[in-house]
Design a protein around this ligand. Structure first.
Ligand code: NAP
Length: 462
């Protein structure tokens, strides 16, 4: 058998359920908090009191790096999910089960706990606050979710054993969802893979599915990148294409197949928002979602595009920028640049849209011809100008100066006419591929809590 790792907030029953599971399966039970206490010779309240949470997290990381890799049940501390290094080790070759429970029930269970509070807040408030702060990390930690609010320890263990044996998708659902995939424009090889995984010889109840949701989405490098990362991090997952003109249908199929997550692309980044249970603050402000993570019956939406745009220009904090375009990706770009205290002026072919976007974010806007008066340090192209097969550039070559940094969000072709012109002048350039790399890295973290080194993504995409 594989290793089973139990995640969840304190009081969700990890130790009790894990002990029963280990007994039923005849394998060892390991509680990482117990190991920290044994190795340090002190209780967790003592470690917190004398050296603080930081020291506890170091000890916890050491313990996790020394765990056996199979044939055991591991119960983890509630905050373990916040550390990507822990998640990488705990998720490899393992089945992750997230235990959760109603806040009031957790409160009652913890009332007699000797463990120290993490904040100075009253216990009930702390539960709400800490779970809210960790909710995306808990979602990332779950292959399966079990609500222990109203179950006995034995019942929760039975539930997990049943999930391991049968998974969450019935044979009938597997067949009907496969028919839907087979009717979509999925490339032949990917369709054969889905056939084998859903209804064929590689069918495994523990395999989790993810995919890119778009129309079209044949161009997406997501399947290549994510499937290679699943191999590298030893995750029992498969990434495919949810290729359909209706985001309603895609979300329905994703829920039927109990998908772990979706990367949302054109033309659904706005429309998907109405179909989600929770949307994080950045995505709400930008007005677009490109990442959906399913956990515990809920669909959570986030936006990693803005992080992908922010990363390559984070050394330009305080600079003066012109943002060309006022559409969907321009909103993510404006949010990213303003987050870096960059002075942003939006120019757009249709000026009223530049004005509307600038008013939403509290930055400047102007007519396209104002470019030469502004003398920017950074120019960001958020229009499709120069996208294959278009060979034009959003600016004339003589408008570029070698002191400028030119950032083209268009990534097909990898070197656009705009980037080629800027390189000729001697400008520093950033291509749209950079955005894909950094946003995918953030997306992987949202899906699994693991931080992939940038170099690994570059090697796969090379
Ligand atoms: P969108 O919502 O349709 O917005 C397009 C914007 O470009 C609008 O402001 C539009 O101006 C302007 N525009 C269109 N054609 C133009 C032209 N010929 N001359 C000047 N302006 C023009 O599209 P989007 O989702 O923001 O995507 C824009 C581009 O960003 C895409 O084509 C894609 O290449 C790129 N992108 C890259 C990434 C990445 O990861 N690197 C991610 C997403 C998008 P009007 O308001 O006047 O129509």
């Amino acid at each position: 058998m594989k290793r089973i790792v139990l995640f969840g907030y304190r009081g969700t029953g990890k130790t009790a359920v894990g002990t029963v599971l280990a007994r039923r399966l005849g394998v060892a039970f390991i509680d990482t908090d117990d190991l920290v206490e044994k190795r340090s010779g002190r209780s967790i309240p003592e470690i917190f009191r004398s050296e603080g949470e930081k020291r506890f997290r170091i000890l916890e990381r050491e313990v996790i790096s020394s765990l056996p890799s199979s044939d055991c049940i591991v119960s983890t501390g509630g905050g373990v999910v916040m550390d990507p290094a822990n998640m990488e080790r705990l998720r490899a070759e393992s089945i992750s089960v997230l235990l959760h429970a109603d806040h009031a029930i957790i409160g009652r269970r913890l009332a007699r706990s000797p463990r120290p509070p993490l904040t100075g807040l009253p216990p009930d408030e702390e539960i709400v606050k800490v779970i809210a702060a960790r909710q995306y990390s808990y979602a990332a930690a779950s292959d399966f979710c079990v609500d222990t609010s109203r179950t006995s320890t034995e019942q929760a263990a039975n539930h997990i054993l049943c999930l391991l044996e049968k998974g969450t998708i019935s044979t009938q659902t597997r067949e009907s969802v496969f028919r839907w995939f087979a009717g979509s424009p999925l490339p032949l090889q990917e369709r054969e893979q889905m056939k084998s995984l859903l209804v064929g010889p590689c069918c495994n109840p523990q395999t989790r599915f993810l995919g890119v949701a778009g129309w079209p989405c044949g161009h997406s490098k997501g399947p290549l990148l994510f499937n290679r990362l699943f191999e590298k991090y030893q995750l029992n997952c498969h990434y495919t294409r949810f290729w359909d003109p209706s985001i309603h249908t895609i979300m329905e199929k994703a829920r039927e197949i109990d998908a772990k997550g979706l990367s949302v692309t054109i033309p659904f980044k706005q429309d998907v928002m109405a179909l989600l249970d929770e949307i994080d603050e950045s995505a709400r402000k930008i007005g677009a979602v490109n990442t959906v993570v399913f956990a515990c019956g809920k669909a959570n939406g986030s936006n990693t595009d803005w992080l992908g745009i922010r990363k390559p220009v984070e050394n330009l904090a305080g600079a003066r920028a012109i943002l060309l375009g006022a559409g969907g990706v321009a909103a993510a770009a404006a949010y990213a640049l303003l987050d870096l205290d960059i002075d942003v002026t939006i120019l757009n072919r249709t000026p009223r849209k530049a004005q509307a976007l600038a008013e939403r974010f509290g930055c400047n806007w102007s007519i396209w011809d104002a470019f030469d008066r502004i003398d920017p340090d950074l120019v960001v192209n958020a229009t499709p100008v120069g996208m294959y097969p278009d060979t034009s550039s959003p600016l004339r070559d003589d408008q570029l100066k070698k002191e400028m940094t030119v950032f083209d969000l268009v990534y097909t072709p990898p070197v656009t006419p705009f980037i080629a012109a800027a390189r000729k002048v001697g400008c520093k350039t950033i291509t749209g591929t950079e955005v894909f790399i950094h946003q995918a890295r953030e997306q992987f973290r949202l899906f699994f809590g693991i931080d992939v080194p940038e170099t690994v993504i570059r090697e796969i995409l090379a």
